[in-house]
Design a protein around this ligand. Structure first.
Ligand code: PAF
Length: 286
C-alpha cells in the first residue's frame, strides 16, 4: 500500500492506472475509521481495480474550532486497517498541501446546502464541497464512495458532480449500525460512558416514526411528535432537527410517503450526532 502525501503524485498514480485501462476508485474520509468506513472500502475494493482512500481532517468544514480540535485522529490504526483491506493507495496530505495559504477560492453550494446541517453549521458544506472537489480533481475519473449516514452531504456531492460535469460516479453506501442501533460514526469515540449508553435513543426515535408510518399515520407533524416524545425520554439529548423530507430535494414534507427520508440531528454533551432512515421500508441494518 502506497502512502502519498502530495496530491500531484496521487493524481499521477491514478492517471497511470487509467492509461492502463484500470477502473479507479476513491473513498474520501477524515480518518478515525470504523466498521462503516470499512464497508465503503470493501464495496469499493470489489468494484475497482485501483483503490485509494484519503485521510484528511478538513478544518475548512468545521464551523466550531473546538469540534475540529476534538475530532479523533488515529492515523496509524487507520493505515493498518486499510492495508488489511487491500487498499492500493492512501492519500494523506498536510493542511498546507490540501489548502495552500492564502486560501482565496471555495466551492460554495447553495439550495440543498442551506437547510438542516447547513443551517446549523454555517460554512460546513462549502468546506466539504471544496475538499471533495479537490479530491475529485486528483481522481479525475472513476468511482467515489460515501456513507449514507451523511445523507445531505451525499445529496450535495451528487448534485455537484452533475453541475460541474465531473466524470465521477458517486456511490452511497448504507449506514452501518452498532448492535443497539447507534449509527457508526467517528464521533462516537468522543462519547462518555453515560452518553454512549443514551445515544441509541436517536435511532429509537427514528424507529418510532417508522412504526407510526407502518401503522397508517401519514401526517408528518404527528409522526415527528411521536418521535420527539421518544427522544425526550433521554434528557441528555438536545434535538436540533427531526423531520421528514423529500430524499432528492430535501424539502420538508407535510405527508410522508414510502420513499421519504427521516433526518435527525441532536447534541449530546459536546458531541453532535446525526442519523437518518427511509420511511416505509424495512431497515436491513437492524
Ligand atoms: O464524510 C466525511 O468524512 C467528510 O465530510 C469528507 C467527505 C471526507 C470530506 O472531508
Amino acid at each position: 500500500m502506497r502512502i502519498v502525501n502530495q496530491l500531484d503524485e496521487a493524481y499521477q498514480l491514478f492517471r497511470a492506472e487509467r492509461i492502463d485501462r484500470k477502473k479507479c476508485g476513491l473513498v474520501p474520509t477524515m480518518g478515525a475509521l470504523h466498521e462503516g468506513h470499512l464497508r465503503l472500502v470493501e464495496r469499493a475494493r470489489a468494484e475497482c481495480d485501483f483503490l485509494a482512500v484519503s485521510i484528511f481532517v478538513n478544518a475548512m468544514q468545521f464551523n466550531d474550532k473546538g469540534d475540529h480540535e476534538r475530532y479523533p485522529r488515529t492515523v496509524q490504526a487507520d493505515l493498518d486497517l486499510l492495508a488489511a483491506k487491500g487498499v492500493d493507495m492512501v492519500i494523506l496530505p498536510t493542511d498546507q498541501e490540501m489548502h495552500p495559504e492564502p486560501i482565496q477560492f471555495q466551492v460554495v453550494p447553495s439550495g440543498l446546502s442551506e437547510v438542516l446541517e447547513g443551517a446549523s453549521r454555517p460554512g460546513h458544506f462549502a468546506g466539504v464541497a471544496t475538499v471533495v472537489m479537490k479530491l475529485f480533481h486528483v481522481l479525475s475519473e472513476g468511482l467515489a464512495y460515501f456513507g449514507e449516514k451523511d445523507f445531505q452531504q451525499l445529496a450535495i456531492i451528487k448534485r455537484m458532480v452533475v453541475e460541474f460535469h465531473l466524470p465521477i460516479s458517486v456511490i452511497g453506501v448504507a449506514i452501518v449500525r452498532e448492535a443497539d442501533g447507534l449509527a457508526m460514526s467517528s464521533r462516537n469515540m468522543l462519547l462518555s460512558k453515560e452518553e454512549r449508553a443514551a445515544a441509541p435513543a436517536l435511532h429509537d426515535s427514528i424507529e418510532v416514526l417508522r412504526r407510526g408510518y407502518a401503522s397508517g399515520e401519514r401526517r408528518v407533524e404527528s409522526l415527528v411528535q411521536q418521535a420527539k416524545t421518544e427522544l425526550a425520554k433521554e434528557p441528555l439529548f438536545k434535538v436540533d432537527y427531526l423531520c421528514v423530507v423529500n430524499p432528492a430535494t430535501l424539502d420538508l414534507l407535510e405527508f410522508a410517503e414510502d420513499n421519504s427520508r427521516i433526518l435527525v440531528a441532536a447534541n449530546i454533551g459536546l458531541v453532535r450526532l446525526i442519523d437518518n432512515s427511509v420511511v416505509g421500508a424495512i431497515d436491513a441494518q437492524k
